[in-house]
Design a protein. Structure first.
Length: 535
């Protein structure tokens, strides 16, 4: 399951957070409490260079190990923990770990339960541990997951950019606690029902993945003239060029040929942002596209940035209908992705991590070119890009040498029409699956909301009320604290006894009699001393 993807559709949390607002009526036997009334809450151990090695290296969990589907333990790091630290930060079966912080509201507080998968494992301060002292840990896992997936933790977190939940805030989080037997019934019912929901969601996501693969296959076939079943395929050659690796090119339809991109189009790079110009009102401020706006075969224009540029730069980089945009940098598999501009935003330009490709002499169609770049050409872009530490990129000199299919005269429009028709049918099917996923997400939230409002399973009058459970937790804590205090007092007495000097020791002897004060000491007058001078 992928609850985090549903953040945009979640309902608002009740005031003050928690699963039940102050005005909501609780089912019989339930009680309002803070999370710390039922569990101990602790932030993990902070990383430090001095602990990167040592005599007591132990595995530890971090935020990267916590996913919506559970713990991801394929990459567990190690850090030095002393025996005393390990006692504090060691995970026990049934512990719940939550992401303490994230840049995404829907990811803050994302939880998973520890089942003892790794011996002697601890946790880092990117996680908060919740250890239930009474009740059913699975119930609290689902409760915390519900709060995370609907964004309650994220909205309550603090910070700019990265939002921090904090152990103290989580400890005071308001919750509604059912009797312990009902907690188990709720957890069992949720796991049964959510397992069915997970199967439906997994099936839908697999269908969407297949449809996306089919979409790329259609784009590749339409852009190479091989979409129809009776298409005659052949492999025309292309003259090799120094500096690029063409690899194995796909077959083309009858009459189609290969050309280099700079033989059919003009390619230019975008504008580099000059911070000095951004405060100069003499330069026009215009919208400009970033890599995030240019997706594979579509644009995302929900957020358009603006930039100040000289008028000549605007004239040079202004986009026109039919221009093809391609990504210059990003992840390696995203090089070359893009789509055809259709004047969606007036006077729009583009940043330097994008290329504008403007076809000359109508030698091909913009859609055919973009379909090819988004499908069959991805291997070429990957082979000819270069990788830095975090990002891949491809130079404009290499992009100009991209091999592109060129249709026979007069056949481009027919190829585009066939591609559009098939892609529209696939898009309709994909939209249906996406709508079904939205309904599945709503069903998941409804199940969880019913569970934590006492509507999922029936109440049993024979269950011990949750109030008694809380009182027992308090009593056990008070008894445990009294034992700790008694142990500390005993330890202090033992230490004090060891330090008491024995009888007859020099330190216990009577103090010496007081010294008789001199006249000078009493009167404060200075005694005259004879002075000698050498002659």
């Amino acid at each position: 399951m992928s609850e985090g993807a549903d953040a945009d559709a979640v309902e608002e949390a009740p005031p003050g957070g928690g699963t039940c607002g102050e005005e909501a009526e609780l089912p019989k036997g339930w009680v309002r409490a803070s999370l710390s009334d039922m569990a101990s809450v602790r932030l993990g151990r902070q990383r430090s260079p001095k602990n990167h090695e040592g005599e007591s290296m132990r595995p530890y969990l971090r935020a990267a190990n916590v996913g919506w589907e559970g713990l991801q333990l394929d990459d567990v790091k190690k850090m030095n923990f002393s025996d005393e630290e390990a006692e504090t930060y060691r995970l026990h079966t049934g512990d719940i770990v939550l992401n303490e912080a994230s840049g995404s509201v829907s990811e803050v507080g994302k939880p998973a339960i520890w089942k003892g998968e790794i011996d002697n494992c601890c946790f880092q301060n990117t996680l908060i541990r919740v250890r239930c002292e009474a009740g059913e840990p699975r119930f609290f896992l689902h409760l915390l997951r519900f709060e995370a997936m609907r964004g309650s933790f994220g909205r309550s977190a603090r910070g700019v950019g990265v939002r921090h939940l904090g152990a103290a805030a989580l400890a005071q989080w308001p919750i509604s606690v059912p009797p312990a037997p009902e907690q188990r019934r709720i957890a069992d019912a949720l796991e049964t029902r959510l397992a069915r929901v997970d199967v439906i969601e997994t099936t839908l996501r697999r269908l969407i993945d297949r449809l996306q693969r089919a979409e790329r296959a259609v784009m590749a076939a339409a852009s190479t003239g091989t979409l129809t079943a009776d298409a005659v395929r052949h492999h025309p050659g292309i003259t090799a060029r120094i500096g690029v690796d063409d690899g194995e090119l796909p077959a083309l339809g009858d009459g189609w040929t290969w050309a280099r991109l700079d033989e059919v189009a003009k390619i230019v790079g975008g504008v580099t942002k000059d911070t000095k110009k951004q405060n100069d009102a003499t330069f026009p401020e215009v919208p400009y596209l970033r890599v995030a706006n240019v997706q594979r075969a579509r644009f995302d224009l929900s957020k358009i940035a603006k930039i100040r540029v000289p008028a000549k730069t605007l004239d040079k980089l202004r986009l026109r209908a039919g221009d093809v945009l391609m990504a210059e940098g990003g992840d390696r598999d995203k090089l070359g992705r893009g789509w055809v501009w259709d004047e969606e935003v007036a006077d729009c330009i583009f940043q330097n991590h994008l290329f504008r490709v403007r076809i000359t002499d109508s030698l091909t169609h913009p859609k055919l070119l973009s379909w090819y770049a988004n499908s069959a050409a991805t291997a070429w872009f990957s082979a000819n890009g270069k990788q830095s530490t975090n990002l891949a990129s491809i130079s404009i000199s290499k992009v100009k040498l991209l091999p592109v299919p060129v249709p026979p005269n007069g056949s481009a429009a027919e190829a585009v029409k066939a591609g559009d028709h098939t892609l529209a049918r696939l898009a309709h099917l994909t939209a249906g699956c996406q709508n079904a996923l939205t309904r599945v997400a709503a069903l998941r939230r409804a199940l969880l909301a019913d569970a934590f409002a006492g509507r999922l399973v029936p109440q049993d009058p024979a269950d011990e009320p949750a109030e008694k459970l809380l009182k027992r937790v308090r009593a056990e804590r008070e008894a445990s604290e009294a034992e700790r205090k008694a142990a500390r007092r005993a330890a202090r007495k033992a230490t004090a006894g060891k330090r008491k000097p024995p009888q007859g020791d020099a330190s216990s002897a009577a103090p010496p009699p007081p010294r008789t004060p001199t006249d000078a000491a009493v009167t404060g007058k200075q005694t005259a001393l004879p002075l000698e001078f050498s002659s």
